[in-house]
Ligand binder design. Structure first.
Ligand code: SAH
Ligand code: SF4
Ligand code: F3S
Length: 456
């Protein structure tokens, strides 16, 4: 296998800036793979690049603004190097299409979320001086078959942790969410292709795989459902950890809770997006579960695994959200005591139902509610982190602390970041540690064997 640096002399250099979720990160990896076949090599420097791609996100207005301000900054680079090509892909590209070319004349091509495998063809046209927009969707079969064309050929080391997209798109049309517009309807990949991709990842050094989908637990292809897919992946030799994100609460059932409790590689961790603690708001959000059923699902997990890590997504300031409805979110957070929450101020998105709902709240109300929520959660996290001190945890080492010598960095099965002092373990190693200290966002530990060593 030739190394990247040997090849860079001959090839061109590509810089890809990724915004948004893990799905976009996965797509960025795929773009690198596709472009490697066109003799493009990765660079970390925009100044050095022959090609810059922005892989964009439109989940909230702020995410979209970031793209346009970045394009503004790239103008100087293009002036300094007129040969530089600039492409915009991902969710903003899917939604805005050609409008991006009209808005910024420095952009050479725009491509949607189904079109990244057409990059080579687009680039050939771009190099002939054409401006290209490609945002059409493909039918289910073609999408299913498209993805593995390149993945089998990837030879490089894949990293200790890898994402693996198993479904694309979403059929749920939650009233606030732009994803069904930007990613299209849900398509599940063939199980054999997923297994083959996982095998390839493991054979190139990956020890932990996180399965991705917008509603990952509604996976179904060729008669294989999500839990059956997990069971097949769990049998892979060399795969130490398996995770998935995001499951939808309406599709979280006993069978999946049993799988988390019983499959050895499947980690004791669940991200179960709640969005709001009020039934009325949940109905307006079109989430199709109530607080009663959500509490039941949490109980389903905790009966089997009392210490499983539970995280969630919450939106504050949804149109028409009253003080009382917001209070119910606070109450849910207090009762459930999540280990981690991702909380967002509601942001109206084009093409979504809620954008036209009455009762939009002011920025100041949304900010105030977010602040209250974060303060409450901060205290819960502090207490939950503190409760881990003195426990033993299995850690998968991901590398070294970026500053401290002899300190390894990794994560527990519950996905807590841990720094281990006096450790000589390498990335990819598993070790048992004793948690010695809780910081705000991470834990400190020593190797478990060190407990018995004098002087520590
Ligand atoms: N498929 C996942 C969510 C993907 S988007 C699920 O169903 O849970 C990630 C998170 O962004 C969502 O869970 C939601 O909390 C947040 N989000 C989505 N649209 C939003 C909007 N318009 N304004 C604010 N937050 C939003
Ligand atoms: Fe968006 Fe809802 Fe689909 Fe999640 S389930 S991606 S929030 S529409
Ligand atoms: Fe953003 Fe698209 Fe993901 S909108 S959150 S990058 S699916």
């Amino acid at each position: 296998m030739k190394s990247c640096s040997q090849n860079t002399a001959k090839g061109k250099k590509v810089f890809i800036q990724t915004y948004g979720c893990q799905m976009n990160e996965y797509d960025t990896d795929k773009m690198f793979e596709v472009l490697r076949h066109e003799n493009y090599f990765h660079t970390d420097s925009q100044e050095d690049a022959d090609l810059i791609i922005l892989n964009t996100c439109s989940i909230r207005e702020k995410a979209e603004h970031k793209v346009y301000s970045e394009l503004g900054r790239l103008r100087d680079l293009k002036t300094a190097n007129p040969e530089l090509k600039i492409g915009v892909g991902g969710c903003v590209a899917q939604q805005e299409g050609e409008a991006i070319l009209r808005r910024d004349s420095n952009v050479d091509f725009v491509f949607g979320t189904d079109n990244l495998f057409e990059l080579p063809r687009m680039l050939r046209k771009v190099h002939k001086g054409e401006k290209i927009t490609k945002t059409q969707r493909y039918d289910r079969q073609k999408v299913r078959n498209f993805i593995p064309e390149y993945t089998y050929q990837k030879l490089q080391h894949s990293g200790i942790k890898a994402h693996l997209t198993i479904t694309k798109g979403c059929n749920n049309y939650c009233s606030f969410c732009v994803v069904p517009v930007t990613r299209g309807l849900e398509v599940s990949r063939e199980p054999d292709q997923i297994i083959a991709e996982a095998e390839r990842l493991v054979s190139t050094g990956t020890r932990e795989i996180c399965l991705l989908g917008q509603n990952v637990n509604s996976y179904k292809a060729n008669g294989v459902d999500f839990v059956e897919l997990l069971q097949r992946l769990d049998k892979l030799d060399g795969l130490q950890r398996l995770r998935f994100t995001s499951p939808h609460p309406k599709d979280f059932h006993e069978k999946l809770a049993d799988a988390i409790a019983s499959l050895p590689s499947l980690c004791e961790q669940l991200h179960l997006p709640l969005q709001s603690g009020s039934d009325r708001v949940l109905r307006r959000m079109r989430r199709w579960y109530t607080m009663e059923t959500y509490y039941q699902k949490v109980a389903m997990l905790r009966e089997r695994l009392p210490n499983a890590t539970l995280s969630t997504d919450l939106i504050v300031g949804f149109p028409g959200e009253t003080d009382e409805e917001f209070e119910m979110t606070i109450e849910a957070v207090r009762k459930i005591r999540f280990d981690l929450i991702y909380s967002f101020k509601y942001s109206p998105r084009p093409g979504t139902r809620a954008a036209n709902y009455p009762g939009h709240l002011s920025e100041s109300v949304k900010s105030e509610r977010l602040k209250i929520l974060l303060e409450i959660q901060e205290k819960i996290v502090r207490e939950k982190f503190q409760a881990l001190v003195g426990t033993e945890q299995e850690v998968l080492i991901e590398g070294n602390h970026h500053r401290k010598a002899n300190t390894a960095a990794g994560r527990t099965r519950g996905n807590h970041p841990v720094f281990i002092k006096n450790s000589t373990k390498k990335a990819g190693d598993l070790m048992t540690v004793l948690i010695t200290k809780a910081n705000q966002n991470s834990l400190e530990a020593v190797p478990s064997s060190a407990i018995y060593s004098p002087g520590i």
